[in-house]
Design a protein around this ligand. Structure first.
Ligand SMILES: Nc1nc2c(ncn2[C@@H]2O[C@H](COP(=O)(O)OP(=O)(O)OP(=O)(O)O)[C@@H](O)[C@H]2O)c(=O)[nH]1
Length: 382
């Protein structure tokens, strides 16, 4: 598809390329397996577990450190827990713990109770290109232990590396894994333990989409955000809107219309274009500035009468909308509604900062106690 785009961002607001570095400033910490788990006040955890070579480190590097999928071929086997501090924004504020595949973390010297107690989500990665019988045994052992310690954990199963499978084979693999994993749970009288399944690959956007869904389950204000997005799009003639974490391209929330993969991919690609253009042409003479800031906005007109519209919401969040060309004629209205939407999101943030969060949820605050939706509801003005 040919893309005609106009990136309407003040040259001044563009930053130096190294202000948006490849590693984006996520803190990374390596811990010995014997290390005692993080203190109770630490950030909520997402655990990445699974057999050796199932793809855990690759997922973490591709999603949060912008590693290209081909580079993961050269990743060395993880032999220590990697604690990766994802603090790109106060909406995505958690730690990912990448476990080495070969470690027997049920070793009595290893305090798995402490680990599971502060965990929000446990992602179990299964290599779909390999024989998965052993992985299913390990999955059962892991989730049943974790559930007994902390039944609040969200259990997520990534059926990974599906790029190597035909469409029929993918469906069949998912069905088979789903069936066997749930049969094992039923045999152990653990029917209440709910597993969610995703087909993923680092070679397309499926891994970002799956991670988005995992993260969204940990955001207590998700209903508020969805509500704000619904009001915004219905009053602005917009078809679909995503609230993105710019760095990871995880979407924090979207309106309640169904997400189709193509729309999500288009919006992800738009973020890449904007940041790349920003890094190349946005340099100040003295090389200072930021690639993404308050002035950041872009409009891309596709040749099929679709318009993509991106605007900065907070330091790390962007709203990306898909709309028809005719709706875009009312840009003034959209901009006004966006202004109200942005204000509401900032109020959600402020409340988030000042309130306690439930254990295991992301550090984005408890459900709003302030009348955010009322104060900041985008209104149609014409
Ligand atoms: N085809 C394909 N290969 C993948 C995918 N994800 C990871 N890989 C490959 O799988 C291999 C193992 O990946 P790692 O990320 O090192 O696996 P790991 O689970 O962290 O392994 P350990 O550290 O030994 O536990 C690498 O060669 C990756 O390139 C994927 O989505 N598709």
């Amino acid at each position: 598809m040919s893309i005609q785009y106009e990136v309407e961002q003040l040259a001044d607001s563009y930053g130096v390329a190294d202000s948006f570095p490849k590693d984006f400033g996520y803190g990374e910490e390596e811990a010995d397996i014997e290390d005692s788990p993080a203190p109770s006040d630490s950030k909520p955890r997402i655990l990445l577990m699974g057999l050796r070579r199932s793809g855990k480190s690759s997922i973490q590097k591709v999603v949060f450190h912008k590693m290209s999928p081909n580079e993961t071929l050269f990743l060395e086997s993880t032999n220590k827990i990697y604690k990766d501090d994802i603090s790109s924004s106060s909406f995505v504020n958690f730690q990912i713990w990448d476990f080495p595949g070969q470690v027997d973390f049920f070793d009595p010297t290893f305090d798995y109770e402490m680990i599971f107690r502060g965990t929000g989500a446990l992602i179990f990665v299964i290599d779909a290109q390999d024989d998965y019988v052993e992985a299913l045994g390990r999955l059962h052992l892991t989730v049943s232990r974790a559930y007994r310690v902390n039944p609040e954990i969200n259990f997520e199963v990534f059926i990974h590396k599906v790029d190597g499978l035909s469409d029929d084979h993918k469906i069949e693999t998912q069905r088979d894994i789903h069936q066997r994993a749930n049969d094992d749970l039923a045999d152990a009288s653990l029917e209440k333990l709910h597993l969610s399944f995703y087909l993923t690959s680092i070679y397309d956007h499926s891994i970002f989409e799956a991670f988005s869904k995992v993260v969204q389950k940990l955001i207590p204000q998700l209903p508020t955000l969805e509500n704000l997005l619904n009001i915004f799009i219905s009053n602005s003639g917009i078809e679909k809107a995503f609230l993105f974490d710019v760095v990871s391209k995880i979407y924090i929330a979207t309106d309640s219309s169904p997400v189709d993969m193509q729309s999500y991919e288009l919006c992800c690609d738009m973020i890449d274009v904007v940041i790349d253009v920003s890094c190349i042409y946005g340099l100040r003479e003295d090389g200072s500035g930021s690639a993404y800031d308050k002035e950041s906005m872009a409009i891309i007109k596709l040749n099929n009468t679709t318009v993509l519209y991106l605007k900065e919401v907070t330091k790390f969040l962007a709203l990306v909308c898909i709309l028809r060309e005719e709706s875009f004629e009312r840009k003034g209205l959209i901009d006004y509604n966006f202004h109200c939407f942005r204000k509401a999101i900032h109020e959600v943030f402020e409340v988030g900062v000042s309130t306690q969060r439930p254990a295991g949820s992301l550090a984005v605050g408890s459900p709003c106690t302030k009348a955010v939706a009322l104060n900041g509801t985008p209104r149609n003005t014409v």
